[in-house]
Design a protein around this ligand. Structure first.
Ligand code: ATP
Length: 582
């Protein structure tokens, strides 16, 4: 397959503001993609070479990429740098310079997807002495053969700035339509949910058809997408849904899925990134205390104060999100692991078993120690007993409880009513903060001139795979935040509204949905200008957050599709109406 066919797809996607067109373009290209490269096509389209959990990052420094461009075009580095400064995007800069140059001298080759992938893969993998020179050489060779428009995407990919903003779910939808028909979407999605590897799913589907997809199981080394919880506001309401429930403390830390294969431990975050390096202490605990040779277990990792044994808030763990100095951070901010689920033990995929059975197996498969133990739990259908348990959770530094149906299997990737969280309510009418994605910005005035005055933010509509706006967030940002925001968001800047963003408001700057932050407001209101749940509660109105404040939680652990869902907002709105009526 020729690389230019992919590039044509990217150009078409970049030019449209219609989401359905994106899927249609994808289907057309996937249909004509041969089985041996379809995995690569899927990864490249998402700006990657491997699924996220493989931890292979494609982030060549811009400076290095510019040196390669200078070598490929024979232009002095200063000129190449100037072009980047004036265009603001390394892809466009490369395209322009090559266009001018190629007319004069350089020749082009017909690049295949495989050729481009192999060179990018080599660049990502070279390490050690002389690696910089070798990377620059490999990239300049590729650029010299590329058409200008191909160079645009090669440069964006190699510097980690591809950002077409195509969600996994959009690709799954396109795969289903291309190979198996729309109705097969659920089975394909399940396979993906169990292994989180879109390329692998595409390959299997293309070569073995839907029968191959039906044979998928969880596997160590490949994270399963995590099962998520809904929320309700009282134990009573939850019991009405679940009946007798397994009630567990809701720890305020980081969700971790631990994979053990012999002595090898890998750990994955809520976003399925490989975070093994961040928690060497937890890896040690898992190696010593999981008795099974092969296992996938899940739990919450919590920072603790070693002097008092008290649990510390989630934010403390963010000290672990760094490349260097982890051992020191682990000493300063030690963590404990509280386990609540098991997906695989030895050769048994447990995901279809009930939670009661999984917990029994989990209990038998680990050795409990001070830092590695089962989550506190209680099985009950008594509201008073659950409320007392809730209070003990809060006293110990937890956020509340998660009540779970004992009869349900592990529904990878689903936010169903089988797990329901119960958190402490606040006095204000909007009782819980929500996670929103930054999709646009309005320029600031006065003290804020030169930076952003407010951010246009959205929630996620998973039904339609779009990001409707819910509010403009301007308060709660420190001076330092305001100073840093333009730079932080610049990699995601777009000239027009992203095709998956729904907005009636015009922003001064638009962004590919990527950065997630937490906000809380005074209340949810109906608004004619915001698109969240538009026409759902009232005709010509959506739901908006009034007086939103940034809570200073940067949700780096969340992908844009993990932002609060429109359905949750509708539920919160209805619950608010009920509270007001009471
Ligand atoms: P979510 O993960 O549901 O998208 P969120 O990150 O905003 O949302 P919360 O609303 O705080 O999280 O609640 C869910 C999270 O609670 C889980 O993802 C997990 O990290 C954490 N958690 C803590 N204790 C438990 C438990 N006993 N069982 C399941 N999850 C737990």
């Amino acid at each position: 397959m020729k690389y230019i066919e992919l590039v044509d797809l990217y150009e078409a996607i970049g030019a449209t503001t219609k989401r359905l067109e994106i899927t249609r373009y994808l289907v057309d290209v996937l249909k004509k993609t041969p089985g041996e490269v379809i995995g690569k096509v899927v990864y490249l389209t998402q700006g990657k070479l491997y699924p996220d959990f493989a931890g292979v990052e494609m982030g060549m420094a811009e400076k290095m990429a510019l040196r390669a461009l200078s070598a490929a075009t024979g232009l002095p580095l200063e000129k190449v740098e100037r072009e980047l400064r004036s265009k603001g995007d390394i892809g466009t800069a490369a395209e322009n310079l090559l266009k001018a140059k190629k007319q004069a001298t350089l020749s082009e080759k017909e690049l295949l997807v495989r050729d481009v992938y192999d060179v990018l893969d080599k660049i990502a993998r070279i390490t050690g002495a002389g690696s910089v020179e070798a990377k620059v050489r490999a990239l300049s060779g590729l650029l010299a053969d590329a058409k200008p428009v191909e160079a645009k995407y090669i440069m964006r990919t190699v510097t980690g700035k591809m950002r077409l903003g195509i969600a996994d779910m959009t690709i799954l939808e396109a795969l289903a339509r291309a190979f198996a028909g729309k109705e097969a979407r659920k089975v394909i999605e399940r396979a993906y949910n169990l292994t989180s590897d879109l390329g692998d799913v595409a390959r299997t589907l293309c070569t073995d058809g839907i029968e191959g997809i039906k044979k998928y199981h969880v596997k160590t080394g490949r994270p399963a997408r995590m099962m998520l919880a809904q929320r309700l506001e009282s134990a009573q309401e939850i019991l009405e849904k679940l009946g007798k429930a397994i009630c567990e403390w809701k720890y305020d830390g980081e969700r971790i899925q631990i994979h053990k294969q012999g002595n090898k431990i890998s750990m994955f975050s809520r976003r399925l990134e490989n975070i093994t390096g961040q928690y060497p202490d937890v890896a040690d605990l898992a190696r010593k205390n999981i008795k099974a040779d092969r296992a996938i277990v899940e739990g919450e990792c919590v920072a603790v104060d070693t002097d008092t044994g008290a649990m510390l808030p989630f934010q403390v763990l963010m000290h672990r999100r760094r490349k260097y100095g982890i051992e020191k951070a682990a000493k300063e901010f030690p963590a404990h692991m509280y386990l609540f689920d098991a997906l695989l033990i030895e050769n048994d995929d447990l995901t279809q078993m009930s939670l009661l059975e999984r917990r029994e197996i989990l209990k038998k498969s680990i050795k409990e120690t001070n830092g590695f133990k089962l989550a506190q739990s209680l099985i009950s259908d008594d509201v008073r007993e659950i409320e007392a348990f809730f209070e003990s959770a809060i006293e110990s530094g937890c956020e509340g409880l998660i009540l779970k149906s004992g009869a349900s299997g592990y529904q990878a990737g689903a936010r169903s009513w089988l797990w329901i969280k119960l958190k402490r309510s606040y006095q204000s009418k909007m009782i819980e903060p929500i996670d929103v994605v930054i999709v646009g910005a309005l320029m600031g005035r006065g003290r804020r001139s030169g930076s952003y005055g407010a951010l246009l933010v959205s929630v996620y509509d998973s039904e339609r795979d779009v990001f409707p706006t819910i509010t403009k967030a301007g308060s709660g940002f420190t001076d330092e935040d305001l100073k840093n925001l333009p730079e932080l968001l610049s990699p995601y800047e777009l000239k027009h509204r992203h095709a998956r963003v729904e907005s009636k408001l015009e922003a001064n700057v638009w962004f590919t949905p990527a950065v997630v932050i937490e906000v809380i407001g005074d209340e949810l209101t109906l608004s004619p200008i915001h698109m969240c749940a538009y026409n759902r509660i009232r005709k010509d109105a959506g739901i908006a957050v009034r007086f939103p404040r940034f809570t200073h939680r940067w949700r780096k652990d969340k992908a844009p599709e993990d932002a609060t869902n429109v359905e949750e907002i509708v539920d919160m709105y209805r619950a608010q109406l009920k509270r007001i009526a009471e």
